[in-house]
Design a protein around this ligand. Structure first.
Ligand code: PRP
Length: 185
């Protein structure tokens, strides 16, 4: 796999800006859920992992974490359609829990819309969404984003959880990929 520097056309959100915003989101969530004993963060694998880990460390309210993975039916590799299926389910019963879904990016909105619909049937006490990145101009499904890190333009981005063919999730910033320079084996 190529060095990320060969593919990076620009740093969209640098590490300091990201960390500052994650801290702000954590403070906002901590205030909103003050006194709550049932807060459960749910990370949608895999892109949400770095964000959820960092966010969690800025949430001062005691909380639990769980993980789930979904995959799209019949969609292209870099986009989702309206249907997702659960490939790895939660280990937690979310009934009566205050659930906060944590996502790295909302693009079409189809993933979040589908996951919200599914989780709603499990009767959580509340269900909210925290997304680091909102690629708003790509939206197809109307979805609530209660906590939003950044609204970003319609560019292919990687880093801080977001991948290019599963690589580069470890980058500490969000960068724009120059796909013309990408030479997959
Ligand atoms: C990405 C991202 C969201 C979804 C957003 O996941 O983490 O879950 O796409 O797209 P949408 O709003 O158009 O549905 P992806 O399927 O790439 O899996 P990953 O998290 O493992 O990278």
């Amino acid at each position: 796999m190529q060095d990320y520097k060969e593919l990076l056309s620009e740093i969209l959100i640098d590490e300091d800006t990201l960390q500052k915003r994650v801290a702000e989101l954590g403070a906002e969530i901590s205030a909103d859920y003050q006194g709550n004993e049932n807060l459960l963060l749910i990370c949608i694998l895999r892109g949400g992992v770095p964000f959820m880990v960092d966010l969690s460390r800025h949430i001062t309210v005691p909380h639990m974490m769980d993980f789930m993975a979904v995959s799209s039916y019949g969609a292209g590799k870099r986009e989702s359609d309206g249907n997702v299926r659960v490939t790895f389910d939660l280990q937690t019963n979310i009934k009566d829990k205050d659930v906060l879904l944590v996502e790295d990016i909302v693009d079409s909105g189809n993933t979040i819309a589908s996951v919200l619909g599914m989780l709603e049937t499990r009767q959580p006490a509340s269900l909210k969404v925290c997304a680091l990145l909102d690629k708003a101009e790509r939206r197809e499904a109307v979805v609530p984003i209660h906590y939003r890190g950044f609204t970003i333009p319609n560019k292919f981005v990687f880093g801080y959880g977001l991948d290019l063919d599963e690589y580069y999730r470890n980058l500490r910033f969000v960068g724009v990929v120059d796909l013309e320079k990408y030479n997959p084996d």
